[in-house]
Structure formats: structure tokens, C-alpha cells
Ligand binder design. Structure first.
Ligand code: CDP
Ligand code: MG
Length: 526
């Protein structure tokens, strides 16, 4: 297969040592004029698999739109535009424009005046442009759906159909995704002429370069579990997925409180913020990105070494795409899924549908985390000694010695000032759960006591506030505090009966969220 010299030069510079399997298989088919369904694991170079041949075939003297690439998210449209711009770096007379919602249309209108040969976009905004006649498809030769199974789902398919109806009959239709269920392939074929189906996804839908683990942990201990895993593994960049925007907001706050360098991305944020956050993540300015599934599909970010499912994903397919953000193109990655009791069924379903075994692991103990932290501290002290100019510091040390302070005391005092061992763990217990054991929840009533607390949502009270408060006063484990219900003006919780007297005796009249606590045994009981 021979590729234009301009393209070859560009992909050499991009570090493509060799074409990947999907590229080797699909490029010749596309060059022959075939319709193709391309199905390969996440991070195997599907973008270039269609990008290289269409750039090979486009007529650069013709300034009409010849290829249209449709994506489910705006970020993915931007990314594909960047990738194709790189591949086309040495081609003269080439232009590509991305169009997507949430951005003022004037930039797009101005760019479209350049008469690009390729358009990349999300369906809604594309349709706007088609209707305004600022995007004309009469000379279209390539109609491409990236993340095709997503694009053919309800919610997108109506728009896709309409856009499709504006394109000429005589064109090649190409569809790519890491997940292509049988019924979607059947549906896809309705839009294609004798398509070739190229599949390299076997029995296991997930990328095997990702080591996949899961942890049984109660909901209220998930942030602590995440914190410990981040401390132990120290990934370069990590992506953390939650199932809802509200959870993303909440978790981001919790992580910022624990001094983690993080930010968030989800559909309720302004588009400029979304792109800005993603760029900072690309550059490593942000090390931890908390996201909804808006970041699950297609994004290709170097150095993402770990993906966390803070919430177990609702569907197996989400799992495949989420963890596919790491372990890309020959790199290795980790995925960690936190599974609460209610999510146990889902993780089993994910294993079954994806054909993957996800190994169960234990969350490292608090002591182990502390140990790793101090090792890292020793490492960084050693590297400062080896690599930095310490003249000024030596002169201060001389003063300390002249003051007749023993050296070990100086060092320990400095460590204290540095707070080197400081950590933001909020719970030092073993937080592993088995879920097999019967908890005291199912014990006969009478062994537990339900309490009424005069602080509530209005005061900004959260579940972890309640846990922290009680645990700071009496010696009890988080998991023994159950059935927490936070209402507007007050809240409830349940503990084993043996704690009833200590709680009544010690927690009353203390301060919580700026209020004087009144805690009493709930009249309704359980
Ligand atoms: O779409 P898919 O998840 O299969 O992968 P992608 O988003 O196209 O990302 C593939 C990454 O590998 C990109 O960063 C490419 O620049 C790079 N790459 C490639 O696509 N092909 C090669 N032969 C070598 C590297
Ligand atoms: Mg892709």
C-alpha cells in the first residue's frame, strides 16, 4: 500500500512507527471505494484508519466539502480536526473546519468561508449549517460516523437520517467504533452499499493493555478509597467517571478539599470551559479530571495512566469506552472500579457482556498509604540533595547549629513545619466490604437505635459531615453508622444500641455546621 509522500512524512513525524491492524485492513478497502464498518478496540488508531485514506483521495483543487465526519461530542470533533490537521500538515490547499453546539456560530461561519474540504461536527449544529446553506453536501464523497453505535442510537439517529438525506447517493459511507453490537451492524447496513465489516474485537471487548480491578466499598467510603488508590498508584493523569453531573460536582469539591489537583467536565458547563479544562488536562496542568460519560467516547489523551469508575457504569458499553481512555496504542493502563453493594449486580453484568474478567482487589490500608507517602518524601528529599543549589539553606543551617540545637531535633522540627506526612485521609479504618456478611441492619430491632439530629440540608450538612462529627466524638466505625437521611431542617441516623448512651452524653450541645447540636432518640424508631 503506498501512501502519498506528504502524508507519509507527516505520520512519520507523528511517531507512527507502523500502521495498526485496523489501519492496515481498512485503508486499502477505502482506497478501493468500499463502504466499511471498522470495529477495533479503543486506542488502536481508528481516526487515522479513515483519516489517511480520505486525505489520500480528496481533490485539493476542488474547494467543496468532500468529507463529513460526525461525532457524538464536541470535544471529539475538535480532537479529530486536530489529528487530521496534523496528518495533512504537508498538503497544500487543504482546509478542515469543526462545527459544534455551544459555541457562537460566527467563528464557524467565518471559518466555513475558507471553503474547507472536510467538515467535522456534532449533529445538531451540522443540521443548522445545512439548513442555513453554509454547509453544502452536494459534492460529498465520504460520509463518516465515528463512534457509530452511539450515533445510531435514539436521540441521534433522527438527525443523522436528516443529514444523510442531504448527501448524494454516490458516496462512501464509513462507520467506526470499538463497540458494534450485532443489531447496530444490521441497522448500519441500511445506510451502506455492500459494506465490508472489519472486526478485530474478539471475545473480549475491552483493551487487554488495561489491568482491570474492582473494589467492594460502601458508598460513603468511596472518596477515601479513591484517595488511597491515587496515593498508592500515583498515575501521571487520571480520569474519574461518575454517573451524574451532580456527583461530578460533589466529588470535585471533595477532592479539592483533599488538595488534589483536579477539575471537572460535564454537559452543564459552558463550552469554552469544557474545552479549556480538557486542554489543561492534556498539558498536565490538571492531573485528575472528574467527568460524566461526555468524556468517555473517543478522547485520546496521552499519559492517562488510570481510569476510575467512582460509580460503576450503568451499561457494559460505557465501561468499555471509559476504561479505553487509558492503555492506548501499546501503552499500559489501569482501571479501578468502586463497587457498592447495590452495584454488585452491574459489575457482574459488565463482566458477562464484555467477556472480561475484572479482578477483585482490596483497598490498601491507611498505614500502607502512609508508608508509601513517606517513601516518596524520602525520594524527593534525595533528589533535592542531588540536584539543587543549597547554599542559602546551608547558611541557615549554620545559624541553627550555632544556636546549639541538636541536628535530629532540627530535622524533626522542620518535618513538622513542612507537614510532610500530612494527608487528607478522613478515615483510617479498613474500608473493604464483603457484602456477603449480614450487617447489623438486618439484626432484630432493639439492637440498634435511630437518632434525630437538629442539623440538616439547610445548614449545608452532608453524609460525611455526620460521619466525621460522630467519629470525632466517640469511637465508632463509619460503617456502623447507617441509614443516614438528611432532610431540610434535621436528619436521622442509626447506630448499634451500645453507642446510644455515648452519643447522647457526648454529642449533645457540641457544634456542627455552626449550630448547637441536639441529638435525641427518634420517636418513630426505625
Ligand atoms: O479511535 P481510536 O480509539 O481507535 O484511536 P485514536 O483516537 O485514533 O488514537 C490513536 C492514537 O495513536 C493517536 O494519538 C494517534 O496519533 C496514534 N497512532 C495512530 O493512530 N496510528 C499509529 N499507527 C500510531 C500511532
Ligand atoms: Mg476513535
Amino acid at each position: 500500500m503506498k501512501i502519498k509522500q506528504e502524508i507519509q512524512r507527516a505520520i512519520d513525524e507523528m511517531g507512527f512507527v507502523e500502521l495498526t491492524e485496523i489501519q492496515k485492513q481498512t485503508i486499502p478497502l477505502l482506497l478501493q471505494g468500499k463502504d466499511v464498518i471498522g470495529n477495533s478496540h479503543t486506542g488502536t488508531g481508528k481516526t487515522a484508519a479513515f483519516g489517511i485514506p480520505i486525505l489520500e483521495m480528496i481533490d485539493f483543487y476542488d474547494r467543496s466539502i468532500q468529507a463529513l465526519i460526525i461525532t457524538p461530542t464536541r470535544e471529539l470533533a475538535v480532537q479529530i480536526t486536530r489529528e487530521l490537521t496534523k496528518i495533512a500538515k504537508y498538503i497544500d490547499g487543504f482546509d478542515i473546519v469543526d462545527v459544534y453546539g455551544g459555541e457562537i456560530i460566527t467563528r464557524q461561519l467565518r471559518d466555513l468561508k475558507k471553503k474547507p474540504q472536510i467538515i467535522v461536527g456534532t449533529p445538531g449544529r451540522l443540521l443548522d449549517h445545512i439548513k442555513r446553506k453554509t454547509v453544502k453536501l452536494e459534492n460529498l464523497r465520504y460520509f463518516i460516523l465515528d463512534e457509530a453505535d452511539e450515533m445510531l442510537k435514539m436521540g441521534f439517529i433522527e438527525d443523522i437520517e436528516t443529514i444523510f438525506s442531504y448527501a448524494p447517493e454516490n458516496k462512501q459511507t464509513l462507520m467506526f467504533s470499538a463497540t458494534m453490537p450485532e443489531q447496530i451492524v444490521r441497522l448500519a447496513k441500511n445506510y451502506m452499499i455492500n459494506p465490508e465489516v472489519v472486526t478485530s474485537v474478539g471475545a473480549d471487548m475491552t483493551n487487554q493493555d488495561v489491568s482491570q480491578y474492582y473494589y467492594k466499598v460502601n458508598k460513603e467510603n468511596k472518596t477515601e478509597a479513591l484517595y488511597r488508590l491515587l496515593n498508592i498508584y500515583r498515575p501521571n493523569l487520571s480520569l474519574i467517571f461518575c454517573n451524574t453531573k451532580a456527583r461530578v460536582d460533589e466529588l470535585t469539591k471533595e477532592l479539592i478539599d483533599r488538595k488534589i489537583n483536579c477539575d471537572k467536565i460535564h454537559g452543564d458547563l459552558p463550552q469554552t470551559t469544557r474545552l479549556d479544562v480538557l486542554n489543561k488536562f492534556h498539558q498536565g496542568i490538571i492531573e485528575v479530571l472528574v467527568a460524566t460519560d461526555v468524556a468517555a467516547r473517543g478522547l485520546d489523551i496521552k499519559n492517562v495512566e488510570a481510569v476510575f469508575n467512582y460509580d460503576t457504569p450503568e451499561k457494559a458499553e460505557y465501561y468499555v469506552h471509559r476504561i479505553g481512555r487509558t492503555g492506548r496504542i501499546g501503552n499500559l493502563g489501569y482501571s479501578f472500579t468502586l463497587v457498592s453493594k447495590g452495584e454488585l449486580k452491574k459489575i457482574e453484568e459488565i463482566e458477562r457482556i464484555t467477556g472480561t474478567t475484572i479482578k477483585r482487589r482490596n483497598i490498601p490500608s491507611y498505614e500502607r498509604v502512609m508508608d508509601v507517602r513517606s517513601d516518596k518524601f524520602v525520594e524527593s528529599v534525595t533528589s533535592v540533595i542531588e540536584s539543587q543549589n543549597l547554599e542559602k539553606e546551608y547558611s541557615t543551617l549554620n545559624k541553627l547549629i550555632q544556636a546549639k540545637l541538636p541536628e535530629d531535633q532540627i530535622i524533626v522540627a522542620l518535618l513538622k513545619m513542612l507537614d510532610s506526612e500530612a494527608d487528607a485521609s478522613q478515615n483510617k479504618d479498613d474500608i473493604n466490604e464483603t457484602f456477603e456478611k449480614k450487617t447489623f441492619k438486618s439484626a432484630p430491632t432493639g439492637e440498634v437505635e435511630r437518632f434525630h439530629l437538629n442539623v440538616g440540608k439547610r445548614d449545608g450538612l452532608t453524609v460525611s459531615d455526620i460521619l466525621d462529627f460522630i467519629r470525632s466524638k466517640i469511637n465508632i466505625q463509619s460503617k456502623e453508622i447507617q441509614d443516614i437521611a438528611i432532610l431540610t431542617e434535621f436528619s436521622f441516623f442509626t447506630v448499634p444500641k451500645k453507642y446510644a448512651q455515648p452519643i447522647l452524653g457526648i454529642c449533645n450541645h457540641k457544634k456542627l455546621k455552626g449550630r448547637k447540636v441536639q441529638v435525641s432518640i427518634s420517636k418513630k424508631g426505625r
